[in-house]
Design a protein around this ligand. Structure first.
Ligand code: HSE
Length: 414
């Protein structure tokens, strides 16, 4: 029998409790054990909940109960969740979490604490919600050198970008719609500024390259500056704009970033829409593999959490003593601004067209001019640069701005 305690009875926590009840026959059969939730920690009252008899406000009811072997942490954040996770591991209880902020911030310490106490710290649900990605990366693709990861890792921003493209909505309206539908938080900063995707790509990269990647080192840009016009220019080129988290091992360093990117419709990620997530993992033996599904939500996330609980019940997880992230030996990051790419650039100027074209080509070099969209202003000009170091393009565009010309946007083309 596996007795489980759930810390935090919010969306994911309640999903975990409900899923274990709903699918108990299959869960117990596949685990080879009876898996049951025996305590739920939350300071709130849930008078109507069928699980209210399991609720406690006192964490000691859980940590001092020797019959509880697994603690599910679905509190979120890196403060109370951090303290309670440490207490659980020190009490020699396995911990399963969906909390990417905690894993990305304190993963090295919590993994060593788990190892010292001979228990698991598992976090399949921290990236990609219900999509299996952590365990496939760590186990099924373990024979490969992972050469790269490219993913749509945030459902909220993918929903917003899809609404902008399909319904021609401007960013503020698409964000409002995402909030009304319960995808974006009241404070949407972590999603729209790319912080959430940044933590997720750091977690995946740490697993893929066997060395800790600190999310604070990741160059991160969100989608709050992406306009409807940017999206429509991309569409006119047969492309989409997606918020992409990507990383690539380059010798002993890692190239890693989160940014809005223009991708061609032939790219595997281009048709991933709405709140869906997808992650392409490149291995040197397997080639490209793609993982696709619901990256957020109550039951999809609970699906990954409960699978981790079952993994512990089966006692066959290979993650126990082998996954170690040493914070002192974190992977060095390549300066993304020194990498070459093409960029879609939109500029605005009152200069006469022939003179402007000459000025841009003299400064930026060979560019591909794009036909102006009918709904954009007549003094707007759009071009795609040749493959060039990003820092150099930024410098050239800054110089152009000194010539009474305004750069409206600059978006990388993958
Ligand atoms: N805010 C996250 C998203 C939730 O939109 O993808 C899942 O991590």
């Amino acid at each position: 029998m596996i007795n489980v305690a759930v810390l935090g009875f919010g969306v994911v926590g309640s999903g975990v409790v409900e899923l274990i009840e709903q699918n108990k026959v299959g869960i117990n059969t596949r685990s080879g054990k009876l898996v049951q939730v025996v305590k739920i920690l939350d300071i709130r009252e849930f008078a109507e909940s069928p699980f209210k008899h399991l609720l406690t406000k006192n964490s000691e009811d859980i940590f001092s109960d020797a019959s509880i072997s697994v603690v599910v942490e679905t509190i979120g954040g890196a403060t109370i969740a951090y303290e309670l996770t440490k207490k659980a591991l020190l009490a020699k209880k396995h911990v399963v979490t969906s909390n990417k902020e905690l894993v990305a911030t304190h993963g090295p310490e919590l993994l060593s604490l788990a190892a010292e106490n001979s228990v698991h710290y598992l976090f399949e649900a921290s990236v990609g919600g219900g999509i299996p990605i952590i365990r496939p990366l760590y186990n099924c693709l373990a024979a490969n050198e992972i050469t790269g990861i490219t993913g749509i890792l945030n459902g909220t921003t993918n929903y917003i970008l899809t609404a902008m493209k399909k319904d021609k909505k401007h960013f503020p309206l698409a964000l409002k719609e995402a909030q009304t539908n319960g995808y974006a938080e009241a404070d949407p900063t972590a999603d729209i500024e790319g912080h959430d995707a940044c933590r997720k790509i750091a977690i995946l990269s740490s697993i893929a390259y066997n060395q800790f990647v600190d999310y604070k080192d990741v160059q991160t840009e969100g989608i709050s500056k992406v306009t409807l016009e940017d999206i429509q220019y991309a569409e006119a080129l047969g492309c989409s704009i997606k918020l992409i988290g990507e990383s690539r091992k380059i010798n002993d360093k890692v190239y890693i970033r989160v940014s809005p990117v223009i991708i061609d419709k032939s790219h595997m990620l281009s048709n991933v829409e709405d709140v869906f997530n997808a992650i392409v993992v490149e291995g040197n033996a397997v080639g490209d593999t793609m993982f696709y599904g619901k990256g957020a939500g109550k039951l999809p996330t609970a699906s990954a959490v409960v699978a981790d609980v079952m993994e512990i019940a089966k006692k066959c997880s290979c993650m126990r003593n082998t996954l170690v992230w040493d914070k002192e030996k974190k992977l060095q990051i390549v300066d993304c601004t020194q990498m070459a790419s093409r960029f879609l650039v939109r500029i605005k100027s009152d200069m006469e067209e022939v003179a402007l074209v000459r000025l841009v080509e003299n400064n930026v070099g060979d560019v591909q001019w794009i036909k102006r969209l009918s709904n954009t202003e007549t003094n707007e000009f759009v071009f795609i640069t040749a493959q060039e170091i990003e820092a150099k393009i930024t410098k050239l565009l800054t110089e152009l701005e000194n010539n009474h010309l305004k750069v409206l946007s600059k978006i990388r083309v993958l």
